[in-house]
Design a protein. Structure first.
Length: 286
């Protein structure tokens, strides 16, 4: 197994993504990619990768977005997938099609020694909201971009605008105490929900022409597998899963019944679709 120490303030995140939670994400790669694939399509459309370009894919996870970028810039371009999670990168290396111009590196983007001014595009699908010092992280990443380089990433908007995550969590809260609130400057899935904060971070890191485009999507949390699949998925990863960690089996069973009851009205055929809300953030290197 590989390891990365990275930026010391990121140590908790590095430990999280290399522990059981990171392994669960890796194990659910195929299901998560069916769920999040449409967001990758939106991101790549806005990022506009061109043949011959060099791309950094930050927080690439199991590599699906890196593969998509590599296909877009082939044959003479290059895509570098970077992540702190060894379980997900191990899967990325195993699953990447042969012959594509790509590579994966286990590293913390905050401190990784990129070759200066060597990339055209910095991109990410939900991989940049976990930095403890995001201005330092984006400054390091900007230095890897050519003066003509650009940025494009997807991040979640407010929790209340993402019932696909929050609805199962509210059902779980009937059985367990609420998790401690996450501060507005702390790393986490919704750390970039604030338009003001994202603007402040990117401008502080030296980016210009920052723009944030809202997108709403229907998220089928059953991924076409019916109500049981929606319930099981909610219990395996995401905020409902985190809220149940450390609780006894009988609590899990009671919460599972509540999630099922809560999601049942949304069942249509084999789909359970709830709203998701993201920002597509774009900017240019100064």
């Amino acid at each position: 197994m590989g390891s990365t120490t990275g930026h010391e303030p990121n140590a908790d995140q590095i430990a999280y993504w290399n522990g059981p939670s990171g392994q669960r994400w890796a194990d659910r790669h195929a299901a998560q990619e069916r769920l999040l694939g449409p967001i990758a399509d939106v991101l790549i459309d806005r990022a506009k990768p061109k043949p011959g370009e060099r791309v950094i894919d930050v927080g690439c996870g199991s590599g699906a977005t890196t593969v998509a970028f590599a296909k877009a810039v082939a044959p003479n371009g290059f895509a570098l997938g970077l992540d702190v999670s060894d379980p997900m990168l191990s899967q990325a290396r195993a699953m990447a099609p042969k012959g594509l111009p790509l590579d994966f590196v286990l590293a913390d983007a905050t401190v990784h020694p990129f070759e200066p001014a060597s990339f055209d595009l910095l991109a990410s699908r939900f991989g940049v909201m976990f930095f403890a010092d995001p201005i330092a992280s984006f400054t390091n990443l900007r230095h890897a971009l050519k003066p003509s380089g650009r940025l494009a990433f997807a991040c979640w908007r407010e929790p209340k605008e993402n019932p696909w995550m929050m609805t199962p969590l509210m059902a779980v809260y009937k059985h367990v105490p609420k998790m401690p609130p996450v501060g507005p400057e702390e790393p986490g899935p919704f750390a970039f929900a604030s338009e003001e904060r994202v603007m402040r971070i990117l401008k502080g890191a030296g980016f210009v022409d920052v723009a944030m485009e809202p997108h709403n999507l229907a998220m089928d949390i059953a991924i076409g597998g019916g109500l049981d699949a929606a319930v099981d998925g909610s219990l395996q990863i995401g905020p409902a899963s985190r809220a149940l960690q450390g609780h006894p089996p009988e609590t899990h069973e009671a919460a599972k019944a509540s999630i099922r009851e809560t999601l049942a009205p949304f069942l249509k055929g084999q789909s359970v679709a709830l709203q998701g809300a993201i920002w597509i953030v774009t900017a240019k290197a100064a």
